[in-house]
Design a protein around this ligand. Structure first.
Ligand code: PYR
Length: 377
């Protein structure tokens, strides 16, 4: 069925928006149509991560499609992985084989990327992590990218600041042992503690889905640490923080990227006060680009963006820039452009990329104060 489409002779330039697979004769004039898949943790225990990412992407989508009118139109296709490896693999397969997307943004968790990244890589489809902070993400293959600042940069920055300002000497560690991101964060925390000459008084683990952390925290408290280092996603992490305070632990609590979501304040309540986290993004940053983003986000959603929203927002700008440079919505050309990315300044800061496509950037250290994260100074 051809509606409003002139059949036969190619005498006039095709109208913008028609065609779409880059097959038409006058490619100069034609708007590039790019369908991008998104795999997010949109339901379940970490749904607030996926919701923030979706919000950031949809804000960027509106801005970009307006700014690029006549040149590039992006369509986003969202799939929910529910934070599960299997869910991420299924979503990636569907987006590549059924929806024929040019690239995929996500999945949310490092563990999901370790599972689903190889599928996209094998299918020669660019896959772009926006919240995968573990070591080794880019080692999956040449089609795997990310703009999320690795924990190996963020955590040491936060720990150094905490040692200097709070005078830490002894630390205890607790982490989720069945989540790749939490395990990696724990390893970075431990290595950093050793490097900084801190004494490790004790270690404990739990599993995602656990709700009772009393036994582990009681034991750790008895080792008398100055700080508790928590590597976890927001749900379990916030419950750990809450329980530690209930048990009377008054020292410093420091966490990784999993805590960069306002749900922390909902779950931990006043116990969140003083929690130290490193992030590449703070809505409080006095920077024109950041403030314009925060204003637009608040206008659309009536709340401030978090780090997950910010990196999602930036990722679509990177995609747009790379698609325009490629001049067409094709996987191989897009991969080539993404691989050439060396510098990018977004709302989550200035990033450069090493030869393995790993982002390098600065982390800001924030501290929870009266229901929000403010600079730790
Ligand atoms: C990760 O899974 O890598 C996060 O930072 C949450």
């Amino acid at each position: 069925l051809m509606v409003g489409c002139s059949s036969g002779g190619n005498t006039s330039a095709p109208a913008a928006g028609e065609g779409g697979s880059g097959q038409a004769a006058s490619t100069d004039e034609q708007e590039i149509q790019a369908k991008i898949g998104v795999v997010g943790f949109l339901s379940g225990s970490g749904a607030a991560y996926g919701e923030a990412q979706k919000a950031g992407l949809e804000l960027a989508l509106g801005e970009l499609n307006e700014a690029n009118k006549g040149k590039l139109k992006i369509e986003l296709k969202f799939e929910d992985s529910a934070g599960e490896k299997e869910g991420a693999i299924n979503a990636v397969n569907k987006l590549i084989n059924q929806d024929n997307v040019v690239a995929i943004i996500g999945p949310t968790l490092s563990g999901e990327m370790f599972a689903a990244g190889p599928v996209a890589n094998e299918a020669e489809t660019p896959i772009f992590g926006i919240s995968n902070t573990s070591e080794g993400i880019n080692d999956i293959g040449e089609y795997v990218f990310r703009n999320s600042l690795p924990e190996s940069i963020a955590i040491p920055t936060a720990m150094k600041a905490a040692v200097e300002k709070n005078g830490l000497k002894k630390v205890a560690l607790i982490h989720a042992s069945n989540d790749d991101f939490s395990v990696n964060g724990y390893k970075v925390m431990k290595a950093t503690a050793e490097k900084l000459g801190l004494e490790i008084t004790g270690e404990a683990t739990f599993a995602n889905g656990d709700v009772d952390f009393s036994a582990q925290l009681t034991k750790l408290k008895q080792t008398n640490p100055d700080a508790l280092l928590v590597s976890a996603l927001y749900k379990e992490g916030s419950m750990v923080v809450k329980k530690a305070r209930e048990l009377g632990f008054t020292g410093t609590i420091l966490g990784g990227n999993g805590f960069n979501n306002p749900k922390v304040f909902e779950i931990a309540g006043p116990a969140a006060e003083g929690l130290i986290v490193a992030t590449p993004f703070s809505p409080e940053k006095k920077d024109d680009k950041v403030q314009a983003f925060v204003k637009a986000f608040e206008a659309k959603y009536n709340k401030k963006p978090d780090q997950f929203a910010a990196q999602a927002y930036d990722s679509l700008y990177i995609m747009s820039q790379s698609l325009l440079a490629a001049g067409k919505a094709e996987r191989e050309e897009l991969r080539g452009q993404l691989a050439q990315l060396r510098d990018f300044t977004g709302v989550s800061g200035k990033l450069s990329f090493d030869e393995k496509r790993n982002p390098i950037g600065d982390a800001v250290v924030v501290v929870a104060k009266e229901g929000k994260f403010v600079p730790f100074e």
